[in-house]
Design a protein. Structure first.
Length: 303
């Protein structure tokens, strides 16, 4: 399953999610040999997830996608007719938005490196993974633009850096530039690089072009090669820090990092931005996804 996913260049998080559903599927059908699995077994697994375990609509759809990938690409056989399988209907989600005062209070309660990520999410509308897992070279301080290469879905786009946070964003990067020199002094092997590129340019890991925007404090030892390299800050650490800042600031709203992205979309719409422009800034593949962020805005229609 992992080989098939990597061959199709799926996202690493997709591979992790599908692997989790494969373990649950195997635990549910522990007495059945993999060669004997049929569409009826998948139907029973999905029905158990919906009825007994009360899985959410998103969980049911993700489990169905994982099973479909397993049968279609690994077993190379049809999954069968699943029309009678109970599936939850997705409910309309209204995102939570913050006021400008609430955003300032949350940012004031944050410390580096989470403060830099939060400013990027609120000021540029990028996702948490797009803010954390990025290098220094996509930033252009002269033009005030930032490239987001290979975001969600493998698409790339550019977003402007607001003038209000330009200095706060660029200041930590000057400190990050010193990390490769410090790592080389200690005899470390530099930063992690894409697997294919690392084989072509072995010395690029210590180049000033490839450091992470928000690097991790600790180095990581690779078990296979015994190399010591630096990785980006983990998403979970930033999520916990941003949620803790919301509680510390006393904001009675959802404290997830994605709330800052919804807030960016809300403020962009209040500034009379075009819906197509919002779609490009947020990196949505469909305009229907962008329309979700318009629900918290007060309508001009009279009640």
């Amino acid at each position: 399953m992992t080989d098939e996913i990597r061959r199709r260049h799926y996202a690493p998080k997709t591979r992790q999610a599908y692997a989790g559903w494969m373990r649950k599927f195997r635990g549910f059908l522990v007495k059945t040999h993999p060669a004997e699995l049929t569409g009826a077994d998948a139907k029973r697994c999905l029905a158990d997830l919906a009825i007994r375990r009360h899985g959410s609509a998103a969980a049911q759809h993700q489990a169905f996608s994982a099973l479909l990938c397993l049968f279609r690409h690994v077993f190379t056989k049809a999954l069968g007719d699943l029309s009678n399988t109970p599936q939850a209907k997705r409910r309309q989600y209204i995102p939570t938005g913050l006021s400008r005062q609430e955003v300032e209070r949350r940012l004031a309660a944050l410390h580096e490196p989470s403060a830099c990520l939060a400013m990027l999410m609120d000021g540029c509308g990028v996702r948490l993974s797009e803010a954390a897992n990025r290098r220094i070279h996509p930033f252009n301080g002269d033009t005030g633009m930032r490239a987001v290469p290979f975001g969600k879905g493998g698409t790339s786009r550019t977003v402007p850096l607001p003038h209000t946070i330009h200095g706060d964003i660029m200041r930590p990067f000057e400190q990050v530039r010193e990390l490769p020199q410090a790592d080389m002094t200690q005899g470390d092997d530099g930063v992690f690089l894409p697997a294919s590129f690392a084989k072509q340019a072995t010395s690029a890991a210590r180049d000033l072009v490839w450091p992470w925007c928000v690097p991790a404090h600790r180095l990581t030892r690779v078990a296979a090669t015994r190399d010591v390299r630096r990785s980006p800050v983990h998403d979970t650490d930033s999520q916990r820090a941003i949620q803790a800042a919301a509680r510390q600031a006393g904001i009675p709203k959802r404290g997830s990092p994605h709330t800052l992205r919804h807030t960016f979309a809300t403020h962009l719409l209040q500034a009379h931005a075009d819906i197509r422009q919002m779609q490009q800034r947020l990196g949505h593949s469909e305009v229907r996804t962008t329309m979700i962020d318009t629900h918290p805005i007060t309508s001009d229609l009279k009640p």
